[in-house]
Design a protein around this ligand. Structure first.
Ligand SMILES: [Mg+2]
Length: 406
């Protein structure tokens, strides 16, 4: 994709970010997704969890946490701790769907996104230094996008490495963000309890406590040789480094394509329903063609429109089934455009992306109640284009002379 950035701040003068790692973590994710569907759950103590006699809390709202209700606690116990507690059974398919939408937003900013779980990820945003003043601006923009587009709260930690970013996001919760400046790492890290260092087992904590270690600062004060003798060479060295805020693990992002998209910047701004509609149809056909060539179909359609003043909107919608049929994609994108109510604003760029990709062709169609028809037509169009080139066959509307191919 030529232009991954949907949100631009000022152009930074510095040639690198000193804190390029973001840990983005959704707040009480399952509960907040349930609140999207049932607003009566807002501001109430709620848990998502098993409703059977042995049910366990999977996610607790911050109102429930005020009563010391926590994840992994038996629901029966949580009820005793908080009498008005509302219990909602989990709907993991819905959480996965919302999770995909969150990750789709993250990947707009950088391909360097490493998912840690359904609702948290590390991002390395070094590549954005020419577009944002600092990584905190990137994190703020991402959180706004998640809030505006999905109506979900998230928190972010921004730091020089994964360890510090993760600790910082925990401190930022809920609905906040925290930067650990690289010249003030010890001030942030050393007062924290040593149990906050993650990936360290109970037995090791017990050994550290025997050494009189309570805080990460205490741990940092122990000579590395002593640690190596007491808890083993590898773990001792590892913990010594963590206690000094050293963590060289890279963000394991990138990899295979998670979305297929097309976009076009027009030499001359376009405006008005007719013209923009025709462009949408053309982009929908292009992206459908790409999907079919790759043997993929996608469920989430994302429309991107950039206006002449460079402000940009993106709107997404997820289908119940995957598609790679241009008409279906056009219809979805058209609905998204309709709801965005852009009126006569001059448009500089239009893009359509498909994510939540699956292998194979579209098993269902939206555009017709006679399944198979559009699928066959789409296949035929691909064949003709293979033989005669992309311009050989187009939907009739695209032959209108009043828009520029630019
Ligand atoms: Mg979370």
């Amino acid at each position: 994709m030529a232009d991954r950035l949907l949100y631009r701040h000022g152009v930074a003068s510095d040639d690198r970010f000193s804190e390029p790692i973001i840990h983005l973590d959704m707040d009480a994710f399952f509960v907040e997704v349930e609140r999207l569907r049932d607003p009566s759950l807002r501001s109430a103590p709620v848990v998502v969890g098993g409703t059977g006699p042995r049910g366990v809390v999977a996610s607790a709202s911050y109102e429930a946490r005020a009563f010391s209700v926590r994840s992994a606690m038996p629901v029966a116990r949580a009820k005793r701790m908080c009498s008005g507690l509302i219990i909602v059974p989990p709907d993991h398919a819905e959480y996965r769907k919302q999770s995909e939408l969150v990750f789709e937003i993250l990947r707009r900013f950088t391909p360097e996104v490493e998912g840690i779980s359904i609702d948290e990820a590390f991002l390395d945003v070094s590549g954005l230094r020419r577009h944002f003043d600092d990584a905190a601006s990137v994190a703020g923009t991402i959180r706004c996008a998640i809030r505006n587009e999905l109506n979900l709260p998230s928190s972010a930690g921004i730091a020089a490495n994964k360890l510090l970013a993760k600790l910082a996001s925990q401190d930022a919760k809920p609905d906040g963000m925290r930067l650990v400046p690289t010249d003030a790492i010890d001030e942030f890290l050393h007062p924290l309890p040593v149990r906050r260092l993650w990936g360290v087992g109970e037995a090791t904590y017990a050994q550290l406590e025997r050494l009189g270690v309570k805080t990460i600062g205490d741990l940092a004060g122990i000579p590395v040789g002593t640690l190596e003798r007491r808890i083993g060479a590898t773990l001792g060295r590892h913990l010594h480094q963590l206690a000094h805020g050293i963590d060289a693990r890279p963000v394991a992002g990138g990899g295979e394509a998670k979305s297929v998209s097309v976009e076009e910047t027009y030499d001359t701004d376009i405006a008005g329903r007719e013209l923009i509609g025709a462009e949408l149809l053309r982009q929908a056909e292009r992206v459908a063609e790409r999907l079919r060539r790759a043997g993929l179909a996608g469920r989430t359609v994302t429309l991107k429109v950039r206006f002449s003043d460079f402000s940009t909107i993106t709107r997404s919608r997820t289908l119940p089934w995957p598609t790679n049929v241009g008409r279906d994609i056009y219809r979805m994108a058209g609905d998204l455009l309709e709801r965005s109510d852009i009126g006569e604003r001059p448009v500089r760029l239009i893009g359509i992306g498909l994510s939540m990709l699956e292998e194979g062709s579209a098993p269902h169609q939206l555009a017709t109640d006679r399944p198979g028809e559009w699928d066959d037509l789409a296949g035929a169009v691909s064949e003709v284009r293979d033989r005669f080139g992309a311009e050989a066959l187009k939907p009739a509307r695209l032959t209108r002379p009043d828009h520029d191919e630019g």
